[in-house]
Design a protein around this ligand. Structure first.
Ligand SMILES: [Zn+2]
Ligand SMILES: [Zn+2]
Length: 359
């Protein structure tokens, strides 16, 4: 990608140019990982002129764009932390907003100002790290319309905290620039109940969103804290897409995802992850309790074979692996390594997501 093209996309994304100033379907590798996906038909994110959320339904084809595909919280420059955006009826809907999501929006030529709905699977930082950045940018750029962040227990406090994080910036700009809209006037967090069976949490002219509780937190953890973790199903007129969030195999998701066109599932290669983990410990990571962290990793995530089992039981057409662990860590894991393990339990189409991949 040329520097001129980068500048055009940045200008478009920050509303200094129309959002559709450049639509370049050939620039998919611009975020660094576009070339590593294996999906037939997967393309690159292109710009889109988008209306506000909840507007009249559009006939534009749905897009699912991966902004970050690394399982976190350990980060790298090859894959961003977990985030995706669905463009439906020209409206962007975000699913998770981990570190790098904001940059991912810009790389996909999506104007962050146009994001009105964010759905968080859970509140680990690798899924929410850019929420304060997103809301802060929206406010400084003068957004006046509401933005709602949906998620599990604590999401309302997270949005309040993001506003507090940006409080100095707000105070300065109110005094210095005479700003009149307050962040608390437009930003809101809504807590969705974590239920075993699918529960509707959002609906507009474009989509219906249902969620269920997944099994990222075991019963011991859940007994100690009120936090919960969610999976989402988004049904548009064209297709249905399910995001597992971070989880282990669960019948809740099998039910939520039943017959879906696409199941976007977190994916862990356990052997490669242990090698990556040991390398990180050798470099000083997790010094307070390395085996406690390892127990979380293997006890709270989905090995390749289990994601295939879940997809088979849910009878989905296409299985997409994201939140990849080890992903790009420890030198990177070849896509084929995941695919070889997944296909032992799933006979349908398998896609290994990459940042900026479009489905
Ligand atoms: Zn995660
Ligand atoms: Zn997590």
């Amino acid at each position: 990608m040329t520097s001129r093209r980068s500048m055009l996309k940045l200008l478009a994304a920050t509303s200094l140019l129309p959002a559709c100033a450049e639509s370049d379907p050939g620039s998919g590798g611009s975020a660094g990982m576009g070339g590593m996906g294996t999906a037939g038909g997967a393309g690159a994110a292109g710009g889109a002129g988008m209306s506000g959320a909840g507007g009249a339904a559009s006939t534009a084809p749905d897009k699912l764009i991966f902004l970050g595909t690394q399982g976190g919280p350990r980060f790298n420059t090859m894959r961003g932390e977990t985030a995706a955006v669905m463009i439906i009826g020209d409206v962007p809907y975000m699913i998770d907003c981990g570190y790098g999501a904001f940059r991912g929006l810009l790389a996909a030529s999506i104007d962050p100002l146009k994001v009105s709905q964010v759905f968080l699977t859970h509140l680990h930082t690798d899924h929410v790290g850019d929420v304060a950045a997103l809301l802060g940018l929206q406010w400084t750029q003068g957004r006046k319309d509401p933005v709602t962040v949906y998620g599990p227990y604590g999401t309302d406090a997270l949005v309040t905290g993001a506003i507090a994080f940006n409080a100095a910036d707000t105070r300065i700009r109110v005094a210095d620039e005479g700003r009149t809209v307050m962040p608390g006037d437009i930003f809101k967090g809504v807590v969705s109940e974590a239920t075993a069976t699918p529960t509707k949490v959002y609906e507009d002219a474009n989509i219906t969103v249902t969620c269920c509780e997944n099994t990222h937190y075991n019963d011991t953890v859940k007994a100690a804290i009120p936090d919960r973790s969610l999976a989402y199903r988004i049904d548009s007129k064209a297709r249905s897409i399910v995001f597992t969030g971070d989880t282990t195999y669960t019948e809740n998701i099998v039910q939520l995802a039943q017959g879906a066109d696409i199941l976007v599932c977190e994916c862990m290669d356990v052997v490669a992850t242990r090698a990556s983990f040991d390398a990180q410990v050798a470099m000083g990571a997790y010094g307070d309790n390395p085996e406690g962290v390892w127990n979380h990793i293997v006890g709270a995530h989905t090995p390749c074979a289990d994601m295939g089992k879940m997809a088979t039981a849910a009878n989905v057409k296409k299985l997409v692996a994201y939140h990849l662990v080890p992903g790009a860590l420890n030198g990177g894991e070849p896509d084929q390594s995941y695919i070889d393990q997944i296909k032992t339990t799933f006979a349908g189409e398998i896609v290994i997501a990459a940042d900026q991949m479009v489905l």
